[in-house]
Design a protein. Structure first.
Lengths: 221, 211
C-alpha cells in the first residue's frame, strides 16, 4: 500500500484557508473600529476632565480668597465678646421667664403637711435649670416623701438631699437640689394663678394649699 | 516547502495586509488606547479631588458668611435687648427694683417691709446688675399674686431667690401671714467709664430702705 503523496502540488482545503484569512481580517477590522472609537471617546473625555479640573481649581481658589477676605473682616476678639454677650443675654432671658408661680404650683401639690419650705433658689447651669430648696421637716421620712413626690412629677428630675442637719428644736433642715425642666408646664401653670390667688378664696384643698413656711429658725443660708 | 509556507506564498497579497493591519491595531491598543484609559482614570480621580476641594472651599465660605451674618444679627438683637428691654441706666433700674416693686406689692395686697439696694458691674460683661433684697409680708395667695405680677411685668425684673418664713409668736390676727425675703435684680448697660461697684455705692448712697 502506498503511503506517500507523490504529487508535487498536493491539494489542500482552500475553503478553510480562505475562511481563516477572512476571520482574521474581520478581527483586524473590528479592532480598528474599536481602537478608533475608543481613541476618539477617550480624547474627548480627557479634554472634558482637564477642563472640569481647571474650572474647579480656579473656582476653589477664587472662593478661598473670598472666604479668607470674609474671615479677615471678622475680628475674632469682637466675635468672642458678642458670643459671650449673647450667652449672657439668653441666660438673663431664661431667668426672667422663669415662672415662680408655676414652681410654687408644683410645690403646693407635692409638699407634705409636716414640711415647711424655707427658701427656693433657681439657677441656670449649662443650660439646665437647677433649683435649690431649703426645707424644714419634723421627720426625715417627710423629707424622703417630699423627694419622692417631687421625683414623681414631670417637673423635677434627680431630686437629691444635698445636706441634712438636725436643728436644736429636733426638726431637720434639708437642702434639696433638683433639675427643674418644666418651663412649658410652668408657663401653663402661670396662667392659672389669677384664679388661684383670689384673696377671698376659701382655704383650699391640697392643690391650692400654700407651701408651709418655716417659723424663722432655718431661714438663713 | 511546507504547506503553510506555500499557502502564505500563494496568498501573500491578502495575508500580508491583514496581518499588518492586525499588528498595527494591537500596537495602537497597547501603546495608545490602554495608556489613555489609565490617564483618563487618573484624571477622573483628579476631578473628584478637585470637586472635593471646591466643596470644602464652598463650606469655608458658607461658614464665614454664616458667622458674619450671625454676628450682625446678634449685634442688632443685642442692641435691641440693651436699649428696649433692659433699663436704660441706674436711675431706671432703681425705679424698677424699688418703686415698681413697691407699687406691685401694694396692688397685690402685700406689705412692703424693707429693701436693700445695691449694684455691681458684672465681670467680663457690658452689664451692671442692680439688685435689691426685698422683704414683704402677706398671705400666701397675695404673695403668689405679687409673684405673678412680677412674672408678667413689662419691666425686666428677675426674681433670683425667694425665702419664706412664718413670723414666730404670731398673734391670732397674724396667722397665715408669711414673711418673704426675695432677691430681685435687673440689669442695665454699664456706661463707659462708670465707677467700680464700691465707689459707686458710696456716691449713690444706696443702702437699706426700711419701710
Amino acid at each position: 500500500m502506498l503511503r506517500a503523496n507523490l504529487s508535487t502540488r498536493p491539494f489542500y482545503n482552500e475553503r478553510l484557508v480562505t475562511l481563516t484569512i477572512l476571520l482574521v481580517a474581520v478581527v483586524a477590522l473590528a479592532l480598528t473600529a474599536y481602537n478608533g472609537t475608543r481613541l476618539i471617546a477617550l480624547s474627548k473625555q480627557r479634554s472634558e476632565l482637564k477642563s472640569a479640573i481647571d474650572q474647579n481649581e480656579s473656582q476653589s481658589a477664587r472662593i478661598r480668597v473670598e472666604a479668607e477676605r470674609l474671615q479677615k473682616s471678622i475680628d475674632r476678639a469682637t466675635l468672642n465678646v458678642v458670643a459671650a454677650s449673647t450667652r449672657e443675654a439668653n441666660q438673663l432671658i431664661d431667668a426672667r421667664t422663669f415662672s415662680w408661680t408655676g414652681l410654687f404650683g408644683h410645690l403646693e401639690k407635692t409638699l407634705p403637711y409636716d414640711v415647711k419650705l424655707v427658701s427656693v433658689n433657681p439657677t441656670v447651669e449649662k443650660g439646665t435649670l437647677k433649683v435649690v430648696m431649703i426645707v424644714i421637716a419634723k421627720q426625715l421620712d417627710d423629707v424622703a416623701t417630699l423627694i419622692e413626690a417631687l421625683n414623681g412629677t414631670n417637673a423635677f428630675l434627680d431630686v437629691v438631699p444635698a445636706a441634712t442637719d438636725l436643728n436644736e428644736d429636733s426638726t431637720y433642715i434639708a437642702r434639696l437640689e433638683a433639675t427643674y425642666f418644666s418651663a412649658r408646664e410652668a408657663k401653663a401653670a402661670a396662667a392659672v394663678p389669677a384664679a388661684d390667688v383670689k384673696p377671698a378664696a376659701a382655704p383650699p384643698a391640697a392643690p391650692g394649699t400654700p407651701p408651709r413656711a418655716s417659723s424663722g429658725q432655718g431661714g438663713s443660708r | 516547502m511546507s504547506l503553510t509556507g506555500r499557502i502564505f506564498t500563494e496568498r501573500r497579497g491578502v495575508v500580508l495586509p491583514v496581518l499588518l493591519l492586525l499588528a498595527v491595531n494591537i500596537g495602537v491598543l497597547l501603546l495608545g488606547v490602554l495608556p489613555m484609559q489609565t490617564s483618563v482614570a487618573g484624571l477622573e480621580t483628579a476631578r473628584d479631588s478637585s470637586m472635593l476641594t471646591l466643596s470644602q472651599a464652598r463650606n469655608i465660605e458658607r461658614s464665614a458668611k454664616s458667622t458674619l451674618t450671625s454676628r450682625q444679627r446678634a449685634d442688632v438683637e443685642l442692641a435691641k435687648f440693651y436699649a428696649e428691654i433692659l433699663p436704660h441706666d441706674l436711675v431706671t433700674a432703681t425705679k424698677t427694683t424699688n418703686l415698681w416693686i413697691q407699687h406691685a406689692a401694694r396692688d397685690a395686697g402685700v406689705t412692703f417691709t424693707a429693701a436693700a439696694f445695691d449694684y455691681v458691674p458684672l465681670r467680663d460683661s457690658k452689664l451692671t446688675r442692680a439688685f435689691a433684697r426685698v422683704t414683704l409680708s402677706g398671705r400666701y395667695p397675695n404673695i403668689k399674686k405679687f409673684l405673678y405680677a412680677l412674672e408678667t411685668a413689662e419691666e425686666f425684673i428677675v426674681v433670683e431667690k425667694v425665702e419664706l418664713t412664718e413670723p414666730g409668736g404670731a398673734s391670732t390676727t397674724q396667722q397665715g401671714i408669711l414673711e418673704v425675703s426675695m432677691t430681685v435684680a435687673t440689669y442695665y448697660l454699664t456706661p463707659p467709664g462708670a465707677p467700680s461697684s464700691a465707689s459707686a455705692r458710696t456716691a449713690a448712697g444706696a443702702g437699706v430702705t426700711p419701710r
